[in-house]
Design a protein around this ligand. Structure first.
Ligand code: HEM
Length: 129
């Protein structure tokens, strides 16, 4: 990219298409923040269980509602995505898989594994519910 003077311009987010690896990296941070918020829900459930049957009933009622299940679905997807991508960071830390083709293969593995693990968890979870 160049302006009239022929000197290069740094890419701007509005005109620059982020590579998939960069999108996955941003998603890793976003899911990390989502996990921290979701952990509050889990903490509420645990504290409610230790408080009284009525408090536990309220927490169960909310988490078992459509909205509660939607939150739990998002939380489980974020957890598996963050876990799989975190393991990929370990591979990078070992100095491996930095070639572009390997990085893109890693992107696909992370997305695929997170999707499969989430779906499997919900199939098993709903079957025993
Ligand atoms: C509830 C559990 C978790 C929470 C709340 C959480 C939260 C976060 C947050 C907020 C970040 C972003 C930090 C930043 O960008 O400054 C982060 C980064 C990271 N997390 Fe987690 N995390 C959790 C579980 C895990 C797990 C299970 C792994 C497993 C491998 C993991 C691996 C990583 C790695 C490697 C990074 C650094 C990524 C980078 O350097 O760009 N996390 N986490």
């Amino acid at each position: 990219m160049a302006n009239g003077s022929g000197r290069p311009l740094s890419p701007h987010l509005q005109v620059y298409k982020l590579p998939r690896t960069a999108l996955l990296s941003i998603t890793h941070r976003i899911t990390g923040v989502g996990l921290a918020v979701g952990t509050l829900l889990l903490t509420w459930w645990l504290v409610a269980a230790a408080t009284s049957p009525a408090a536990y009933e309220r927490a169960q009622h909310f988490i078992g509602s459509f909205f509660g299940l939607l939150l739990m679905f998002g939380w489980s997807l974020a957890l598996y995505y963050h876990l799989c991508n975190g393991i990929r960071h370990l591979v990078w830390d070992a100095g491996k898989a930095f070639e572009l083709s390997e990085a893109d293969r890693g992107n696909q593995i992370v997305i695929g594994a997170a999707a499969v693990l989430t779906v499997l968890t919900w199939i098993i979870g709903l079957a025993v519910w």
